[in-house]
Design a protein around this ligand. Sequence first.
Ligand code: ADP
Length: 248
Amino acid sequence: AKAKDSLLYLDGVSVSFDGFKALRGLSLVIEPGEMRAIIGPNGAGKTTMMDVITGKTKPDSGDVYFAGDTDLTRMDEASIASLGIGRKFQKPTVFESHTVWDNIDLALAGVRKPFATLFHRTTKAEIARVEEILETIRLTDKRDWLAANLSHGQKQWLEIGMLLAQEPKLLLVDEPAAGMTDAETAETAILLKEIAKTKSVVVVEHDMTFVRDLDVKVTVLHEGSVLSEGSLDVVSADPKVIEVYLGR
Ligand code: ADP
């Protein structure tokens, strides 16, 4: 029943690397239109979880369902991405020598290599969509800037915009606030909340100020499974969480 209504359902996923269990029967449900923050100490399995969702790593046991009952467990990465799962890695990979506008426009055209811009003609609908995305990522006034001249935070937003151009149903975001100024961090929370009005978003994050700004349900991972789940206030008061973070 869970799988039917949810956007993403990890059902008892286990992953081992050379006998070491990175995930131990991890179960997680993300609803359509939900934003979830995933926290947990180093080695908790956060990256492995993201790798399993995108198909980069295959579970030894357990299943992954998307949009109800689509079984992702044995699909390859490209097929999973084409179903509408986009992942933003920590380090932004934008086309530095192209403008902000062209970066979004190229992503919209599904163009992987920037020289293809020579052959690409943008339709009116695409122009409207680029403008809409630039508003969302707060870079409208930087549209003609070369991406190379953006701040680190602005490059992160641009890359989020490039992912939005691919119209994902689920956006996976890996530590967006890392390396950002306080002002950029606060702005990123607002931006992600706006995106989460129309998409589900899973954010892995270490910065607790940022997680507080997001103000969403938090899942605490520890040793490859869920230790605690609830609002940040609830999980921070959970004795199991306190022990893992402070009790060593
Ligand atoms: P987190 O992202 O929460 O820090 P990870 O998912 O990166 O945790 O790692 C979980 C555990 O699995 C760690 O102990 C890590 O050393 C181990 N691990 C992750 N990937 C590999 C791999 N490719 N080979 C061997 N061990 C790995």
